[in-house]
Design a protein around this ligand. Structure first.
Ligand code: SF4
Length: 470
């Protein structure tokens, strides 16, 4: 396996930070948030930052070990990242609890910080919301300190920072920025490394979403919707080309901007292959699909027409099939994403979903996957119960009615549920289990809930201290 990265920054500096993605390289390096932090810290005089991933023992930039860095920045995007963060600290003999740590500053950021409290005993600082500017302000102050861990109070006035030792029980406002910064150095894989976004520049076209689906964190807690103009996007790509090497461009955003058609056309004319990892139905047109040259187009019908309308997606089944017919003209297959276990869902909704898949298969090669619905904080569905037994029955029902569907592991989804809506007690349970070498499994979390060691959703609903409104 050849590991060839272009865009890697190898910089010597007094302040060396570690940027840790608590998952494997393939997942982490295709995360645009990681590239934002990588660029912002490296752009600052006197600072450098090196990347760590779970499948690589040492940093990519200098092959150094994690414990040799004083500030460790963790990017939290998925629930498993919380447990992985703790496992990484443990593996590197860095104390998990803030109160036991003398030398290392642990900092977290990312969308999961809409509920940072599960790690309340762990991190020194959590960045809440968009971190482009708060990170710069943090670095400015950091560079003037002798011992930032002891002088943590100096960071207290930076907006969007939650420092447990200072802010105690107060409310924290999520920081929201305009999209006026974009990373230009993106370490990109060119080797024989199987990576989703190989040779691909990640271009953030928008942030937030104009829809507010009842289950979705992006719509409810990561807004408002902001987009970049076509001119800005072309400029970023041209500047990016001067600093790194890429052949393809992935347009990143949950909701594509109004200039999508022209942007795709102009970027294709510059010689790039364009991909859209997430596409809304309205974006599938004769103006977009032919330019994308994607073998597979991904759609998210989510559920039956009835449930779809309940969650705030008002597309009819027929509209999907019209688009699938259009996709067939230019692509080989579709991938369909569904959820099961949404509020008010009945077996007739599953039947409709199954029929939807069968109908799609008659038009084009179709791969489908079902994810059990995991409620998220700050969404209208946050109090919906994750009923494991009920979901198990539904899983069986789906499997007995249709073959070739992928169903996400229910036990894994249950752990996501616990972490998503957990509070300080859940964090302590996880820390204690890891410190005492006890496995963290579906059964261990289930038993902890039964014995009332932890309460899900958290009894204190700590996440309500984060003001996400926009
Ligand atoms: S359209 Fe997609 S990204 Fe937007 S709120 Fe709904 S699920 Fe979330």
């Amino acid at each position: 396996m050849r590991f060839i990265e272009y865009g890697t920054i190898k910089k010597k500096a007094i302040n060396r930070f570690a940027l840790v993605y608590p998952d494997v390289y393939k997942a982490g390096n295709s995360n645009l948030g990681l590239h934002y932090i990588y660029n912002i810290v490296n752009e600052k005089d006197g600072f450098s930052i090196e990347r760590f991933f779970m499948d690589l023992e040492r940093s990519i930039e200098t092959q150094d070990m994690l414990k040799n860095f004083k500030a460790l920045l963790f990017s939290l995007n998925y629930e498993y990242g919380v447990v992985n963060l703790l496992k990484i600290l443990k593996k590197n003999s860095i104390p998990l609890r803030r109160s036991d740590r003398k030398n290392h500053l642990v900092i977290t950021g990312g969308p999961l910080n809409v509920n940072p409290f599960i790690l309340d005993d762990v991190f020194d600082i959590a960045f809440i919301g968009d971190a482009e500017k708060s990170l710069v302000e943090f670095l400015d102050i950091y560079s003037g300190l002798n011992d930032p861990k002891k002088e943590i109070d100096e960071f207290r006035d930076i907006k969007g920072l939650y420092i447990p030792e200072i802010h105690k029980k107060s409310k924290i406002k999520r920081r929201i920025e305009k999209l006026d910064y974009h990373p230009l150095y993106e370490p990109i894989q060119w080797g024989e490394f199987e990576e989703t976004f190989k040779k691909t520049f990640l271009l953030e076209v928008s942030r937030g979403c104009r829809n507010i689906c009842s289950f979705c964190l992006t719509g409810n807690a990561l807004g408002p919707y902001r987009e970049r103009s076509k001119e800005e996007l072309i400029q970023i790509v041209k500047e990016g080309q001067k600093r790194t090497k890429f052949e393809k461009i992935a347009l990143i955003g949950s909701d594509m901007p109004s200039s999508l058609n022209e942007t795709i056309k102009d970027l294709s004319n510059l010689g790039f292959q364009i991909s859209l990892p997430s596409l809304k139905l309205r974006d599938i047109t004769e103006n977009t699909i032919p330019h994308l040259k994607q073998e597979t187009v991904t759609l998210a019908p989510e559920s039956s027409e009835h449930i779809r309308a309940k969650i705030g997606k008002f597309y009819k089944d027929e509209e999907f099939f019209e688009k699938i017919k259009l996709i067939k003209k230019y692509s080989k297959s579709v991938k369909l994403y569904f959820m099961f276990g949404l509020p008010e869902e009945e077996n007739k909704d599953l039947d409709e979903t199954i029929n939807f898949i069968k109908k799609s298969k008659k038009i084009i090669r179709t791969k489908s996957s079902f994810n059990p619905f995991v409620p998220k904080p700050h969404t209208p569905f946050q109090d919906h119960k994750f009923d494991f037994n009920e979901l198990k029955k539904k899983e069986k029902y789906i499997k007995s009615h249709i073959k070739d569907v992928k169903i996400e592991n229910l036990k894994g989804a249950f752990i996501q549920y616990v972490i998503s809506l957990g509070g300080i007690d859940t964090g302590r349970f996880i820390i204690d289990s890891l410190e005492n070498n006890r496995n963290l499994t579906y059964s261990s979390f289930k038993k902890a809930i039964e014995k009332e060691e932890i309460v899900i959703p958290s009894k204190d609903r700590e996440w309500e201290r984060i003001e996400v409104s926009f």
